[in-house]
Design a protein around this ligand. Structure first.
Ligand code: BG6
Length: 453
């Protein structure tokens, strides 16, 4: 490193991967642009770096955050790319010794690679101010997550382990708390007394984008529902924490997820599907690196029940898929029907409160008088206009890591619980008890969906 002034060093393990370039480094760029934190970055890979590859990557990341290509390099106190095997204790030791200030060891790696590094860290010993940052998915199964938790808890206290879920860094997701608990109108209405159904949908137009080595064997359920959408559910359904203290907040998350379970038989309460060729997108099975005889799904749906007095009888539908016709990132709370007045028209469609998970826009759709006729009703929507967030979600998450505040990190017990919730569906899918449906790329997904039309 060239400078002695950094107060934080981020050691990014797996820095040559697509996650680093696509999400993490752009997030870091927004954080440094909008704060005065002094950060040095060491990017590591087990492979040799080609000349100029690291610099080019920083430039692309900077541009994808909306800055000039040299901005990220300017904002960093120093940056350096190295070839390191961090599961080798000697190599890990010298990496940690070179870092200045508080150190975030960020493992942007698939779960299988984490055990080896955890063991090396146990041997080397964690420096006093180390934060260990672990990307999702956390483990490959519930048992694997428990093994990983047992290992990392021997290395560091829970408060210094940051299991990342960048959805917890999204303004729109955190905004659910303000919307729910700070508004006199919404707060008392946010329960089974008023809401009959909740949908959390994250449909993406993007297809595989060359990520088969990660996606194969992971699939939509583990990639998106097991982590991201269950955490959104937690914020949408939790009881009010006394404060935004990390302990209390994470207790509230754990509490609601402990009460969450698959709502019935997996054949009835889950759907899986994958896309076929259409609109210029090849079939999933024809994508590079995909095993055509395998059964990785590119769309997953679950119907969950939240067994708390607040949510008795209210289904929560979680859905995410790739190569769909429309980007639809929406939490929708469908309101139960009010009694109405005979002769004054009937409700044309369900009233609802929706939150756009990308923009944070809140929409309230009510049955109101139709244009000219006071005796008929039409759905009418009022929408908020929410300013774009200053930080990208990964910037928000990294800020908390650097500050040593575990508020936006997934606690160990929550990571395990999220596996326990989805495992009945995964087990049924592996046993082929739920058919793997197909949908044309660019369409709205399979017809047999758990979501409302
Ligand atoms: C990632 C998933 O965690 O989240 C991707 O691995 C998904 O498959 C992405 O596309 C969605 O988040 P964002 O922030 O890119 O919309």
């Amino acid at each position: 490193m060239t400078s002695a002034t950094a107060t934080h060093t981020v050691i990014l393990v797996g820095a040559s991967g697509d996650l680093a370039e696509r999400l993490l480094l752009p997030g870091l760029a927004t954080l440094l642009e909008h704060s005065d934190r002094e950060v040095s970055l060491i990017g590591t890979s087990r492979h040799e770096w080609e000349d100029g590859a690291w610099e080019a990557m920083l430039e692309r990341s900077s541009e994808s955050a909306g800055f000039a290509k040299d901005r990220l390099s300017q904002l960093l106190v120093a940056s350096d790319a190295r070839t390191v095997d961090p599961s080798d204790p000697d190599q890990l030791r010298s990496l940690l010794e070179d870092a200045e200030g508080s150190v975030a060891l960020y493992l942007a790696l698939p779960p299988a690679a984490m055990q080896g590094i955890g063991k090396a860290l146990l041997e080397v010993g964690a420096p006093d101010d180390l934060r260990l940052v672990l990307e999702k998915p956390f483990g490959e199964s519930g048992d694997d997550a428990r093994d990983l938790n047992a290992l990392v808890s021997r290395v560091l206290p829970e408060e210094r382990i940051f299991r990342v879920d960048h959805f917890l860094g999204m303004n729109a997701v955190l905004g659910l708390l303000g919307m729910r608990f700070a508004n006199r109108l919404i707060e008392p209405a946010w329960s089974a007394d008023t809401i009959e159904r909740v949908e959390i949908v994250f449909d993406e137009e993007i297809a595989l984008e060359g990520r088969s080595s990660f996606y194969e064997g992971t699939g939509a359920l583990v990639d998106m529902l097991q982590s991201h959408l269950l955490n959104v559910l937690a914020l949408a359904a939790m009881e009010r924490p006394e404060s935004m203290d990390a302990g209390l907040f994470r207790d509230a998350m754990a509490g609601v997820l402990a009460a969450t379970r698959l709502d019935g038989d997996p054949a009835d309460a889950s759907r899986r599907a994958r896309y076929t060729a259409s609109h210029g997108t090849p079939s999933y099975v024809d994508e590079d690196g995909v095993d055509a005889s395998g059964d990785t799904e590119t769309l997953a749906e679950l119907r969950l029940a939240v067994d708390t007095p607040r949510w008795k009888g209210v289904p929560f539908i979680l859905r995410s898929g790739k190569a769909l016709g429309t980007n639809r990132r929406l939490l929708t709370a469908v309101l139960a029907r009010a009694e109405g007045i005979e002769g004054l028209g009937s409700r044309p469609q369900s009233d609802r409160i929706s939150v756009d998970l990308e923009t944070g826009q809140v929409s309230l759709t009510l049955s109101l008088n139709a244009d000219a006729d006071p005796f008929s009703l039409a759905p009418t929507t009022a929408e908020t206009h929410t300013p774009a967030p200053t930080l990208l979600p990964y910037g928000q998450v990294l800020a908390a890591v650097l500050d040593g505040v575990p508020l936006l990190a997934v606690r160990g017990d929550v990571a395990e619980r999220c596996w326990d919730i989805v495992e009945p569906a995964l087990t049924a899918w592996r046993a082929n008890l739920v058919p793997l449906q197909e949908y044309a790329a660019g369409s709205d997904g399979p017809e047999d969906s758990l979501t409302f039309p």
